[in-house]
Ligand binder design. Structure first.
Ligand SMILES: [Zn+2]
Length: 701
């Protein structure tokens, strides 16, 4: 689907919407007033696969394994002021960003000898870095849009023109009012179709508008204050801007009330309603869908997945009856916030003050060079990624990783054979699905062609809009065409991974196949614990509460007998209960239902990785009881796994994650998982009944 505007990090992707986990909510962080100031902190070095300095050796691994494996991590890794947190993912992300920056510095300087891709990434980066030119340009690069918004009137003809304007804005990456894009048909994965769905909110998700706690009221107050400041910067009087901001909050609250919550959005049955286009049109009277399609460059479709049908009537009501001044202010604010990175620094600073500091607790913006390197990865990920993998993922990296993937798939096959709660017919279907999983490692076989994307020197904002439009066009151009199974949803340098249920594939970008996750200086125990658990996690997504609904071909199709499904649900209910008992921060508990898919994947993934490790050790004649650095093989395996999740996180960032993200907080992903692992107690000699070996453990896979 389109608009993956969030920066991927710190977690793995589950499913339907291929939504990577967020580092900064909705917005990318913005630049500091003094862009030329040198970075305050020393550059990150890669963490080792097994890091004794992060451990608290004095702690009892049977009481609190996170404390044992990660107890000194926070002390040794204070959170840099330009980050919401620090963990293994973030450290590697910083390492990769510095490497991308090295490539970009060469590309911006190389002159006439550059390849077309180097010209594009180099000029995009250089323009992004030129804050002097960005400040001098003011609002000029978006003046045409501001004029169109200002020209709207409270007449039927003017309201009718909104369809084309919304289409144009969305094509350029400005997410107003609703979402529209391309997906594989859930029931026929060989088909690519259009979808329309809820959207248009400035806060991270629906419940931010509706919860009644003091903290929630405060955030809404801060949000309207922020919106007003942005409008003042764009020329409104303070009184007018505050009035507009309050009206924008009211409009967005109406859209939020008509939206599905984050738990429901994970359920494919609730988000699949393939209907003739005329059905959507009748829910959106007075909205010219054809003009909209022309604006966003979509083909004129005859059927659409109406993802959230209850949303459209409210959308129609707002478009038709909201005060036209409110609609103007709403469009203007969302335009400003979407492109704040490339507007004069006052906009960028204000945008960061809300989305970075207030929502995530991050005191400072990331330095401009990091933000611009990340921006090029977002805009031209496969052009930059091609150069990245040549330098950092060469040789036999792909083949080595593929062997581990095959080991873990082999373990899953044995696991399916061994489990006692599933009948033979369902096991046959599970095996079919497992055998059909496609393994994608490192980078695409065929690189994306950016020939038609124009990147101009000195036009930072124009480059951003054209790159967004190019990506939207690429997505929408797939509608009605055959599926390209070689396509990737993440760029090669990304520190993340995902399972896609419609593709039935697991995807591991080169960016995560680096230390500490994959460390060539460590033995197999450590690496199977680190990246092996990640691979097992993604594979298990194909068989979690959501993935299990899709078959070998990627179609939504129930392949479970009623009894097997009942047994499965009893097991996942155990995980819901376990994780709902964890306190994430202050009064905020983990949402066991929202995080069920990820928790299932964490638990199954670690179990499979352990089976695969023991098998590989056996086949290669390695003795697991042999110690390296005082630890046996199984001990190194579990410590390596736990150190995937050592963290130091600001409380604001944990709060914001727990409320909207399907992943449990990092530290809970250690103890929450090892309590359910049959191999753990033996590895550390823990007695039954100790906190890490409870009587009532859970086991799905
Ligand atoms: Zn995941």
């Amino acid at each position: 689907m389109t608009h993956p505007s969030r920066l991927a990090l710190a977690a793995f992707v589950a499913a339907l919407t291929i939504t990577p986990c967020a580092l900064g909510h909705a917005q990318q962080p913005a630049p500091p007033a003094t862009a030329s100031a040198p970075a305050a902190q020393a550059p990150d070095k890669p963490l080792p696969g097994l890091d004794p300095s992060s451990m608290d050796i004095g702690a009892d691994p049977c009481k609190d394994f996170y404390q044992y494996a990660c107890g000194n991590f926070a002390t040794n890794h204070p959170i840099p002021p330009d980050q919401p947190d620090v963990d293994a993912f973030y450290v590697l992300y910083n390492v990769n960003t510095a490497e991308l920056n090295g490539i970009l510095q060469k590309a911006e300087a190389a002159g006439a000898s550059r390849s077309p891709d180097e010209q594009k990434i180099g000029d995009y980066f250089k323009a992004c870095m030129d804050t002097g030119a960005i400040d001098a340009a003011g609002l000029k690069p978006i003046q045409a849009y501001l004029n169109r918004i200002a020209a709207l009137k409270n007449t039927p003809a003017s309201r009718a023109s909104l369809a084309a304007l919304i289409g144009d804005l969305q094509r350029d990456g400005v997410g107003v009012f609703f979402g529209y894009g391309e997906q594989q048909d859930f029931k026929d994965a060989s088909k690519q179709i259009a979808f329309i769905q809820q959207g248009g909110l400035g806060l991270p998700e629906k419940d931010y508008y509706l919860r009644a706690g003091d903290k929630d009221i405060e955030i809404r107050h801060q949000y309207t204050a922020h919106v007003a400041k942005m409008l003042v910067l764009a020329g409104e009087s303070a009184t007018q801007a505050q009035q507009d901001a309050d009206a924008i909050l009211a409009l967005e609250t109406s859209l939020a009330k008509a939206s599905l919550g984050v738990v429901d959005m994970r359920e494919p049955e609730k988000t699949y309603h393939l209907v003739p286009t005329s059905t959507v049109e009748s829910s959106l009277p007075h909205f010219n869908l054809t003009a909209y399609e022309d604006g966003i460059h979509s083909p004129h479709v005859t059927e659409i997945n109406n993802v959230t049908p209850d949303f459209l009537p409210e959308l129609a009501r707002q478009l038709q009856t909201a005060d036209i001044a409110t609609i103007q202010a709403y469009l203007k604010y969302h335009l400003l916030t979407s492109v704040a990175r490339n507007l004069p620094h006052q906009f960028d600073d204000e945008n960061f003050a809300f989305y970075g500091t207030l929502l995530e607790g991050q005191p400072q913006q990331r330095p401009r060079w990091k933000r611009c390197s990340t921006a090029v990865d977002g805009a031209l990920g496969e052009a930059l990624g091609k150069l990245y993998v040549q330098q950092y993922f060469a040789g036999d990296s792909k083949e080595k990783m593929l062997q581990m993937v095959h080991d873990i798939e082999g373990a899953m096959g044995r696991d399916i054979d061994q489990i006692d709660w599933m009948s033979a017919p369902t096991k046959t279907r599970a095996h079919e699905k497992l055998a059909a999983v496609a393994n994608k490692i490192g980078y695409p076989d065929k690189w994306r062609d950016y020939t038609k994307l124009t990147i101009k020197p000195g036009d930072a904002l124009g480059n951003q809009l054209r790159a967004d439009a190019f990506e939207n066009d690429r997505e929408l151009n797939k509608i009605g065409k055959p599926v390209d199974r070689g396509e990737w949803e993440m760029s090669p340098p990304t520190v993340n991974a995902y399972y896609d249920p419609s593709m039935n594939d697991i995807n591991f970008p080169a960016g995560i196949l680096q230390p500490p996750f994959n460390d060539p200086t460590q033995d197999i125990a450590v690496n199977y614990g680190h990246i092996g658990a990640v691979i097992g996690h993604e594979l298990t997504h194909g068989f979690d509460d959501e993935g299990r609904k899709f078959d070998a071909k990627g179609n939504l199709d129930n392949w479970w007998t009623p009894d097997d499904l009942k047994n499965f649900t009893a097991r996942t209910d155990c995980l819901v209960k376990e994780y709902s008992g964890f306190t994430a921060v202050d009064d905020v508990k983990v949402n066991g239902q929202l995080t069920l898919g990820e928790n299932t994947a964490d638990n199954g993934g670690l179990l499979l990785a352990f089976m695969a490790y023991m098998q590989r050790a056996k086949e290669t004649g390695q003795d697991p009881s042999a110690k390296i650095g005082n630890f046996t093989g199984p001990q190194r395996f579990y410590i390596g796994f736990a150190q995937n999740w050592c963290e130091n996180t600001r409380p604001q960032a944990i709060r914001s994650q727990v409320l909207s993200d399907p992943h449990s907080p990092d530290h809970i992903r250690v103890d929450g998982v090892v309590v359910n692992q049959p191999g753990f107690a033996a590895a550390f000699g823990c007695k039954a009944g100790t906190p890490m070996v409870p009587a009532n453990s859970c086991r799905v896979w």
